[in-house]
Structure formats: C-alpha cells, structure tokens
Design a protein around this ligand. Structure first.
Ligand code: SF4
Length: 226
C-alpha cells in the first residue's frame, strides 16, 4: 500500500483572500525553518520561495549543498531538473518564482555508510509529513510533481518507476482533485532517466506536465510571490 496521501490539515482552515493565504504561507515557512524534530538530521530545514502556486514540486530530501546554500535543488541534481523544466518553458529562476518547492524531508539525512545520502527513516518521513500536509492545505495545488521514488511513494503505490512515470494520476488530496505526474530523481548517480525505457517515460511525463492546465496557467501568469 502507498503511504497514506496527506489528508489531515495541520494548519488552520485555509484563509480566503490571496493576501491572507500568502501571510499564512509565510508563517508556515517561519515555523518550518525552526523545526528540529529529527535528532539525526542536519538542518536548518530547506524551504523554497513562498509562492502561492497551483503547481507543487515534491523532492526527497536536501543534500549537504542545499543546506549550505539554503535552497532546494541548489546543486548538480538541480541543474538536471531545471534543464528538464526549461525544455517545457520555465528556466530555473522562473520555476523557483512560479512553483512551490517542497520535499518529503526538509533536512539533510547525512551520508549512508556505503556512499550516497542516507535514505530518511520511516520515523523521519512521518515526522516531516505534517509540513507537506499543511502546504497542500494552504496551496490547494492542481498539479503535484513528485521527483524520485521516495517522493512518488508519498502519493502512489508502485514497485518500479516504469509503472508510474509517464502517466497522469488523478488523486484527491485535502478533499480536492489533484493530478500527480511523477518524475524520476534527476540525480547524476541514476541512469534510469538516461536509458530506456526511462528516457522515453521521462519525455512523456514532461509532455504531460507541459500540457497540464496548471502549468499552462503559470506560464501565462506568474503566481504571487510572498
Ligand atoms: S526533517 Fe522535517 S521534521 Fe525533521 S527536523 Fe527537518 S524539518 Fe523537522
């Protein structure tokens, strides 16, 4: 079974006006930056721009460079990710200003004994989940883009990336219909997106994102930045 998609609202009921929603999002991010729930994680939590976007990107967990630079996808994986999005109309600066960037965990898990970054534990993932749930409640996204297995597993049951990448999945999150279009993780250590069938499935996923009404909307008109 997939992990239960976020349903429970951890913030107060979403405020009505845009100004109120922006203020609530800024307060949420201020609380998130102060979070120190996980003793084995290295912070401070990495937070994207406070943008009221209908498009939500969900990464896995920041690396050490993201912690230093205090921005999601600030290093090599980000270069690949932003190249993908530039191909469908938004360069890095525009993406950061128009898409809300969240993650399964917001702190650096540290290195794994065999190399690479440690995969966050179930406890850490559960501890961090309310932050994402609150963002879904505040933003009411129409399109969610989880990048990488851990992020995809927050929303979709799957055994292999090829089962879910390259397709649009209709879910209900926070009581609203949401399209989830997963991407593979853009890590340079992964060959999945550079070899078949991953390369073709990635291209299909990006085409689905490009054609989505929420993506089209932020191409035409940037959402307000708090
Ligand atoms: S990973 Fe999430 S829950 Fe854990 S300390 Fe960082 S922000 Fe808090």
């Amino acid at each position: 079974m997939p992990r239960t998609p976020p349903r429970r609202r951890t913030a107060a009921a979403a405020p009505a006006t845009r100004a109120e929603r922006l203020a609530a999002l800024r307060r949420h991010q201020a609380r998130l930056r102060r979070c120190r729930r996980c003793p084995d994680m290295t912070g401070p939590p990495v937070v994207g721009a406070p943008v009221l976007s209908p498009v939500l990107l969900v990464g896995q967990a920041p690396g050490s460079r993201e912690i230093e630079l205090r921005r999601p996808f600030a290093w090599t994986a980000g270069k690949t990710l932003f190249r993908w999005f530039e191909g469908i109309g938004l360069d890095e600066a525009a993406f950061r200003a128009r898409v809300y960037m969240a993650a399964v965990c917001r702190c650096f898990p540290g290195k794994a004994p065999k190399g690479g970054d440690r995969v966050p534990s179930e406890t850490e993932i559960a501890s961090c989940a309310p932050w994402l749930e609150a963002e879904i409640a505040l933003l009411g996204p129409r399109l969610v883009i989880p990048a990488g297995r851990l992020a995809i597993a927050r929303f979709l049951d799957h055994r292999a990336l090829a089962e879910v990448v390259g397709r649009r999945h209709r879910l209900r999150l926070g009581g609203r219909p949401v399209d989830v279009i997963p991407l593979p993780h853009p890590s340079g250590a992964s060959v999945w997106h550079r070899t078949e069938p991953g390369r073709s499935l990635l291209a299909r996923a990006l085409a689905l994102i490009a054609a989505h009404p929420a993506w089209q909307a932020i191409l035409r008109r940037p959402p307000p930045l708090g």
